[in-house]
Design a protein. Sequence first.
Length: 339
Amino acid sequence: MRKAVVLITGAGGEIGHGLIARLAERGRDAVITLDLNPLEPSMARMVQREFTGSITDARLLDRILSEFEVATVYHLAALLSTRAEFTPVTAHQVNVEGTLNLLEFSQHEAESHGRPVMFLYPSSVAAYGLPDLETKRRAGRVREDDFNTPSTMYGCNKLYCEQLGRYYARFYKQLAAEPQSGRVDFRSVRFPGLISAMTVPSGGTSDYAPEMVHAAARGEPYACFVRPDTRIPFMAMPDGVEALLTLAAAPRDRLSRTAYNLGAFNPSADEIRTEVLRAFPDAALTWTTDVKRQGIVDSWPEDVEDAAARRDWNFAPQYDFERAFREYLIPTIRTRYAK
């Protein structure tokens, strides 16, 4: 008898840490994980089984399929935006082919145990591509279906995988004699820049916000790579994790979309710097604009319209800008480096 479980890919990343902790806290689901590297011991104790390997390894997925009955997939594994620009072919292999492997895996799981497999997919604000700064400022809060012309490999990967998920959910093998779609219950959130206090920033294009806090807490100088007036949407990691869990719990017939915008707050880089200096008055935070990375950030919206998520499944972030920094980020990161 195979055991019913939740599968988390890319479990060792920032979202994975928070998600594993919340699922363990709830205690309702047995969790298995798949990551290139072993989990930290504190995380490993919270899961039933770890698999170490790549989402591109079909034989490994077959092994998981044979041992477990996967009811829900949180597909977090991805090659992030900055690295993807240096290795676009590898990014496509991991972000697109890996996701296709997991979608097909979920289809087979659903066929095997006779009920849909829920597939939660974190997409990104990088799926947008605004043509210039003037258009960005004029556009204001951007809706899901506007400006879907990303300029990065990561953004292209994410947008395409949103469409792949929609295909599996609604149109899979539509010319077959018997209906094949609907076995994968695909649900995606288009995250803004996610800020975590629990993990060190890993070079993402929106990481200038947490990088400021970490540098200030360590007493090290930091030169921000975007202009002071740069503005994109952000979200505190606990709200991001809670959004995935809330979307997973929503009745399918209430969902009008397969991919939803999420937003929480959208400070300028200078406003972030001011907030960090409030906590660390002696911090050396300066500006050295990286023109290429700046161009990528300028192609993302200043803010997003997330009315569909709020209406369909009661998305309601708890952290605004001030609370995210004063109650979550800064105290937690300060404690980290005070040890």
